[in-house]
Design a binder for this molecule. Sequence first.
Ligand code: ZN
Ligand code: FE
Length: 259
Amino acid sequence: MTEILALPAFDDNYIWLLRAGGCVAVVDPGDAVPVLGHLAKTGDRLCAILATHHHGDHVGGVAELLARFPVPTYGPAVENIPGVTHPLAGGEHIRVPGIDVEFDIIAVPGHTRGHIAYYGPSLGDDGAVFCGDTLFGAGCGRLFEGTPAQMQDSLARLAVLPAPTLVYCAHEYTQSNLRFAAAVEPGNIAVQRRCEDVARDRAARRATVPTRIKLELETNPFLRWDAPAVRAAAASRLGHVPADAVETFAAIREWKNRF
Ligand code: ZN
Ligand code: FE
């Protein structure tokens, strides 16, 4: 049985650890220090590094970890991440050594041009996806290197995962994202309920992630391009009815950038 642990890093990042039988694989180690702290404290061995994209808050600790533990390192093929031994483009199936977990690699460009997600259908009871800065609790990543069409397509690939799938995002952004979600859909009861749940979690300093695909489909405006209220909100920003899901998504993303 693989255990999944969160190591908080920086202001609001989560480094995810997958742990089984004294081995750990680490996802997006932006900082080596908390990972080394975990290894020292538990006696676990590092067995692999998984990177979703090249930003420093996700890979800043890779070099230091590799200097001590030269482990297999997975990451996007088209991004420059020193140390990657297994470049991935999406569509691959990998088995991570040590923890012996299998992942389907999903290409999710948009936040960065090579961003990938790691979907482990057999993790836990419901499966899990490690999606970096693509899908957040009630939000999505900014478009630094991709187009709205790419990002909407990437989010659509995550949206079709089984509804109970746990979503391990790389940041604790849910509460501020929900303030925007409530502005987009003031009448969405599920958003209102989630605002209350998340306020309670944050007051108790509990993480709001992982979340689940089902909850995101109900409350995340960046997956709800087909919802009439979201289309109406996009129309009022655009001054015309959006032609399609991409135009709806683009209008909502643009609004969030200024929110
Ligand atoms: Zn990023
Ligand atoms: Fe990030």
